[in-house]
Write a protein that binds this ligand. Structure first.
Ligand code: V47
Ligand code: SF4
Length: 379
């Protein structure tokens, strides 16, 4: 036993002491954690931090993802979802289709619609403003609209000849409540130039989230890992997110996105392992001391790792989702949707308390004393 944790790798003892004292970890500490093979030791430390921040609660939500178009000007090398205009498999939804899909989730008890799409070369900015206004009009107030990554916001500023701050103001006025965390990838310029050169830089991604926070728009943040990045670049990414949170304070959750290589220009790469997924989630919990929630997106890490991750620092496994294209087009073998009962059952089996939440982590329902699926029948 070492410093309250059972560490096999004794070189982690100074880090364990910091964790117990509630002290911030340095970039060097983060790297030492990544270089260690003591997954269970790292997991215990992350679980300690998780319990301090979130008790025994593990969150989930009833939501619906909608991807209005896959036509995209950027064509990032890691993306299997996007198509060029006119290419086989390209699609675009009408406003009515988008609203109809969003409405479908209301009788299911949804508290969020999550909208992310490609950078369409012909849709004007006004279309996105109309989309948000039409969704706000069609949905009850408790359904939160979480839409558009910082990459999309930057694109709307370019096509409308406006600033990103003004774009965010207009979307907020139309009914945008929150922004998802996508598009951050890895902040390193080296990786960006090699694999997503047309996309928003790390500096701009962080600035746009800071602007959203200044307007009261809460956001999430992500890191796409398991492709061409180094461990140093992962840690640099986490430190920069932590600095942004110190400055603007509006990040709700961090979601590491496990790279899926199939059908991408990086399909020669192997993708992530369960070991790396759990380690990355746990290190995120330890490094991001100022971000309240760490989410394992079950679609990307798989149900088994998502469930296990609740012992490795994770307090959120996302939602019912319903329809998912980005990861499935890149080879994900998870289902596209889960029921509320399935999510409650997965969490309850781990001994944590399943908590249904909305996008802003307002509690919808606590499934107290729930030991099995039968208790999660919504009655
Ligand atoms: O921005 C693209 C990533 C993101 C691949 O904020 C890929 O709550 C893995 O951001 N393999 C979109 N990842 C998804 C996203 C997200 C998902 C769930 C919850 C939240 C949230 C945000 O997916 C993109 C990109 O970073 N991505 N291609 C791929 N082949
Ligand atoms: Fe376009 Fe996003 Fe895919 Fe990049 S990741 S090609 S920006 S849809």
């Amino acid at each position: 036993m070492s410093a309250g944790f059972h560490l096999i790798d004794r070189s982690l003892e100074p880090i364990a002491a910091k964790v117990l004292a509630g002290e911030r970890l340095s970039a060097a500490d983060g790297l030492a954690l990544y270089r260690s093979h003591d997954l269970l030791g790292i997991g215990q430390m992350a679980d300690h931090v998780r319990r301090r921040l979130n008790g025994d609660r593990v969150h989930f939500m009833v939501n619906r993802h909608i991807n209005p178009t896959n036509i995209c000007e950027n064509r990032c090398k890691f993306c299997a979802f996007s198509r060029s205009a006119g290419q086989k498999g390209a699609y675009e939804m009408t406003l009515d289709e988008i609203v109809a899909r969003a409405r479908e989730c209301v009788p299911e008890g949804a508290h969020e619609v999550h909208i992310v799409g490609g950078l369409h070369p012909e849709w004007p900015f006004e279309f996105y403003v109309e989309m948000i206004a039409a969704l706000r009009d069609a949905l009850p107030a408790h359904v939160i609209i979480q839409a558009f990554t910082a990459v999309e916001i930057e694109f709307y500023a370019q096509i409308s000849g406006s600033t990103t701050l003004e774009v965010l103001r207009r979307l907020k006025e139309a009914g945008l409540d929150a922004m998802p965390g996508g598009g951050a990838e890895i902040f390193s310029e080296r990786t960006r130039l090699a694999a997503w050169d047309k996309k928003t830089s790390g500096e701009d991604w962080l600035r746009i989230h800071g602007e959203a926070h200044s307007l009261g728009i809460k956001t999430n943040c992500t890191m796409l890992y398991g492709h061409i990045e180094t461990l140093e670049e992962r840690i640099d990414h986490l430190v920069r997110l932590r600095e942004q949170q110190d400055a603007s304070g509006g990040f709700l959750a961090f979601i590491p996105l496990a790279f899926h290589p199939a059908n991408t220009e990086l399909s020669n790469l192997p993708g992530t392992t369960g070991f790396d997924d759990l380690k990355t989630l746990a290190i995120a919990r330890l490094m991001l001391d100022n971000i309240p929630h760490i989410k394992a997106f079950w679609i990307m890490v798989g149900l088994k790792v998502a469930q296990l991750s609740t012992a490795f620092g994770v307090d959120d496994i996302d939602g019912t989702v319903v329809e998912e294209r980005i990861t499935h087009m890149a080879g994900a073998t998870t289902p596209e949707a889960l029921s509320k009962d399935e999510l409650v059952g997965l969490i309850a089996e781990t001994g944590h308390t399943p908590v249904e939440r909305d996008t802003l982590y307002t509690v919808v329902r606590v499934y107290d004393g729930c030991d099995d699926l039968a208790a999660a029948d919504g009655k």
